[in-house]
Design a protein around this ligand. Sequence first.
Ligand code: HEC
Ligand code: HEC
Ligand code: HEC
Ligand code: HEC
Ligand code: HEC
Ligand code: HEC
Length: 493
Amino acid sequence: MKESTPPSLRFSIFRNWVSLAGSAIAASAVFSFVLLFILDYFAKETSPYLGILTYLVAPAFLFIGLLLICLGWFLHRRKRARAVKGGTPFRFFIDLSLPRHRKYLGVFLGTAAVLLLISSVGSYQTYHVTKSVQFCGTACHSVMEPQFVAYQHSPHAQVECTACHIAPGAKSFVQAKLGGLHQLYDTVIGEVERPIKSWERVHIKQETCEQCHWPKRFVGNLDRTYVHYLDDSTNSAYTVRLLLKVGGSDPTHGPVGGIHWHMNVANKVEYVATDEKRQKIPYVRVTDGNGKVTEFVTKGFTNDPVKHTLRTMDCMDCHNRPAHHFRTPNDSVDLAMWMGKISTKLPAVKRAAVLALTKPYATKEEGLKGIETSLREKFPGHADVTTAIAEVQRIYNTYYFPSMKTEWSIYPNNIGHKDFPGCFRCHDNEHKTPDGKRSLKGNDCNACHTIVGESRGIDISHLDARGLKFKHPEEGWEDMRCSDCHNGKIEDK
Ligand code: HEC
Ligand code: HEC
Ligand code: HEC
Ligand code: HEC
Ligand code: HEC
Ligand code: HEC
């Protein structure tokens, strides 16, 4: 076929404004990419932003530039073809017998291969960047700051965010990234929910935990000591030492029983919750290995459980704050006092510190200032007050985020039963079989743990393996849920 366009067209690829602009963009994108790549490669600690720029933004501009070059060339060529009188209209074709076409095709394929290589390296890098703890914790930083900070103080501080938040498998990775893009949009638009509703958004599967925690492992007993300080002028200590009967859940690896009995491979424990945070559980049923079903129901619940969502109990029904535990003001002050960071010589400092933390503050700055003012007023000229203020401020910085409306009270912790209902959501003597003969007991204080020692003081002089009767600091606590009185703080009388 005869060539329809004049030879000068060969270089007109650069002789139009659209292609020219495109070449400029593409050239600067390549330049920036090389520069950013060198930076990223040699920097000791790379920031997630650098990663995004290098492997997402620069290649995107390169792509736009190349697209513009092609567009300009195409438009220009069409215009020229029309301008040539009597010339055949422009048609796109490739004829491998023409040396010029072979050359163009070669250049095109070569460039495409190089670009593909760059972008595959880029994609791999993007994968790593968006998977990094840095990215999760700081790229959307104001939004996830509370979780990031709490995480750094958790037993999982060395585990990547994605190890828990992305279930095993490539499909989950893509799903999570798409979800992440949606959240990125929310963050930029400023419509992010405050606080983040984990009960609606976060769905972590049991298999995720089981990648690291072998469900068959027999844990046995765990020895834990809890040190508290009372709300009195001398800050008297109150200590209890428990042997938590965690036990095991697989008959081939140890006796099945204790707390991890719920995870027994043969059993299935299902329940109905009537609130979104799953704190009210009126219906529970157990299906054992032989298919026998036992129901435990509270008095008020007359509905058919099938009308509700039945959830199968898993790790997260107890361990729901493994990485983002926002300690209560009561517990965080107790811990600081135990470590000697808040001096017990300051009279009634337990009360003062907890009250300073629980006042409502609109911003972080206001909170830090408020803590300083209230404690200085309370202990004027006292030698230990400056260290105490610094420690209470540190606690505030770690667990309080007014800008995200996030603090300990938003996310109930289900592992125990003192400040939140936890185990007592089911084990409360109120859940009974329909014939009323059996109940989920809560008042046997040595069923889930053995109280091996108690003391009004830090040291426990005497341990009893048979289990002690609980000596609560005040009278009148029996037959009530602990969380009816304990709510993580101290009431301002
Ligand atoms: C050990 C596993 C684990 C790791 C590691 C982990 N998370 Fe979580 N995350 C959870 C669980 C469990 C929940 C709560 C699920 C629920 O309540 O149903 C959660 C909830 C969240 C929430 C929702 C708000 C909330 O506090 O409940 C955000 C946001 C979050 N994680 C971000 C992160 C970020 C950022 C990192 C890394 C810095 C991270 N997570 C690391 C297990 C983990
Ligand atoms: C990538 C591996 C990994 C994953 C996934 C993981 N963990 Fe862990 N977990 C660890 C490590 C490491 C520790 C700390 C062990 C240590 O320091 O003694 C730990 C500790 C724990 C502990 C003991 C905490 C303590 O107070 O001593 C619990 C409970 C726990 N994990 C529960 C979970 C739950 C629930 C999940 C799922 C949401 C989960 N883990 C997911 C690695 C993991
Ligand atoms: C009925 C509530 C409950 C369920 C369900 C549950 N756990 Fe636990 N688990 C506990 C309690 C209570 C402890 C004692 C330690 C504590 O209080 O943190 C514990 C301890 C642990 C520990 C620490 C063991 C150690 O040696 O330090 C790990 C790890 C753990 N659980 C993982 C899991 C995993 C994984 C699952 C799901 C397969 C699971 N748990 C299901 C209540 C539960
Ligand atoms: C969703 C309801 C529910 C929650 C929440 C729950 N349990 Fe249970 N638990 C049960 C049921 C149902 C049984 C079986 C009772 C029976 O068959 O008599 C049980 C049995 C037990 C047993 C006896 C196991 C055995 O050896 O037979 C222990 C110990 C126990 N739970 C501890 C706990 C602890 C600790 C927590 C909190 C971390 C907790 N449970 C939270 C429903 C629950
Ligand atoms: C259904 C199981 C279960 C029963 C029944 C139970 N506990 Fe507990 N208790 C737990 C678990 C699990 C923890 C540990 C929570 C944690 O990991 O911090 C705990 C923790 C405690 C603590 C320490 C709390 C703290 O923060 O200082 C005390 C005190 C305690 N229990 C007293 C009692 C008393 C008193 C009773 C009887 C009325 C009782 N428990 C019945 C499961 C149970
Ligand atoms: C009728 C209300 C009430 C109930 C129910 C109750 N407590 Fe208390 N508890 C108190 C009071 C009041 C104090 C003393 C507060 C202080 O001096 O800080 C206290 C102090 C404590 C302390 C030491 C101080 C502290 O702040 O931790 C522990 C531990 C404790 N209770 C555990 C429990 C447990 C576990 C249960 C449930 C089995 C329970 N309490 C049920 C009212 C109650």
